[in-house]
Design a protein around this ligand. Sequence first.
Ligand SMILES: NC(=O)c1ccc[n+]([C@@H]2O[C@H](COP(=O)([O-])OP(=O)(O)OC[C@H]3O[C@@H](n4cnc5c(N)ncnc54)[C@H](OP(=O)(O)O)[C@@H]3O)[C@@H](O)[C@H]2O)c1
Length: 429
Amino acid sequence: MGQRIGVALIGLGTVGSGVVQILEDAVGRDMRLQSVDLVGVAVRDLSKPRTVAIGSDRLTEDALTLIENPEVSIVIEVMGGVEKPYALIRRALELGKHVVTANKALLARHGQELFALAKANRVQIRYEAAVCGGIPVLQPLQQCFGANRVTSAIGIVNGTTNYILTQMADRSLAYTEALAEAQSLGYAEADPRADVDGNDAQEKIAILSSIAFRLPLPELDQIYREGISAIALGDVRYAQQLGFAIKLLAFAVRQSDGRIDLRVHPTLVPLEHPLSRVDGAFNAVVIEADPVGQIMFYGPGAGGGPTASAVVSDVINICAELAYPVQSAVAEAIDFPGYLPIGEVRTRFYIRLKAFDLPGVIGHFGRIFGDHGVSLESIVQKNPHGEAAELVIITHNVQESQMRSALDEIREGTYLKEFCTAIRVLPEG
Ligand SMILES: NC(=O)c1ccc[n+]([C@@H]2O[C@H](COP(=O)([O-])OP(=O)(O)OC[C@H]3O[C@@H](n4cnc5c(N)ncnc54)[C@H](OP(=O)(O)O)[C@@H]3O)[C@@H](O)[C@H]2O)c1
């Protein structure tokens, strides 16, 4: 047997326990795992019962001392949070230790600085599990797509919101009922905002886009974000009648002028598009690249076992590079023209609003849209009851800023009883 490689694990929760299960049962997996020694595991509370058998001699509440142990050459961070893991990872890199992390919230905020620190200390920082959990997507993009120019990465990267939207579509649950069920099943946190407001997807598309386009990580405020909490069951039903599913999509799309369009928002996805069939807590990312064409990655985006699979594969890749080192590249923005503001995005829209059922109401809205350069594909009156009529409108491709100015005028007008939703529509194919 060759050189032994000491690993420190920081965190023994859902993901950390999955990592221990793999590391302590290496037979039948990659041979390199047999040279990995789990030196110790740091937790927050030693008295907590554990689902994996790990001797008290290897458990500690002192993560820093464990990281500083000279026997440790790879640090796995699966504790979550931002500032504490940031300090620990910095220390590990400064000490010349390789780092594996599943922490998208940390990377999306401090990643660029940590990558530079890793480069300066000639060590690696790997983070396959930070995007789409168990689905290998970052490393394939870095390695197997090397001959390609990626034009877009569009995906369902948050399982919680996909679970909620799937239950609304399949079982006619209201948004609040589907969210409560996701919480009771452990798919959603007690405080679900990071998922339902789109922050988690925003962090993931930041990381995914930097790998896809070989660029430094974007600032999070360069990524337009909209969550799913305004989606009503009525929208899901109308979308189905029109031939769409509603999904929370994350977009990273290269424009013809080189700028990158980054955004996260609920989207009407044509039923013939493969992303419309990604249901429940699953994730999927569709990559378009030249010359390979379209490739879809699909699988479990979270969970202890799947996420640990990605974490441990990063450990194996570090072991491989320790044997045969290759220079790891840190992306630099050379001649990059920047990110596309949301106002310049061109897309179709689905609009639902309630109008007073007055003569000329459809003409009134049609004129406002026309005045702002918004051309309509269809306008249908649904469920007229009492004095209010519900209008469901699909537009042709329109520039977002024109749509916003049209909606502003509609909101101020006297014909509008209630503005309900505006959801962007994914092109077919
Ligand atoms: N869960 C998933 O499916 C999934 C998927 C992809 C990525 N991730 C990412 O993976 C990371 C971990 O997620 P998780 O679901 O495994 O979290 P978790 O179940 O809450 O586990 C966190 C672990 O970290 C430990 N910990 C917290 N603060 C610590 C500290 N100061 N020092 C030492 N240990 C500390 C906790 O110790 P105690 O057990 O003593 O409390 C616990 O064992 C997060 O960054 C998450 O975003 C998770």
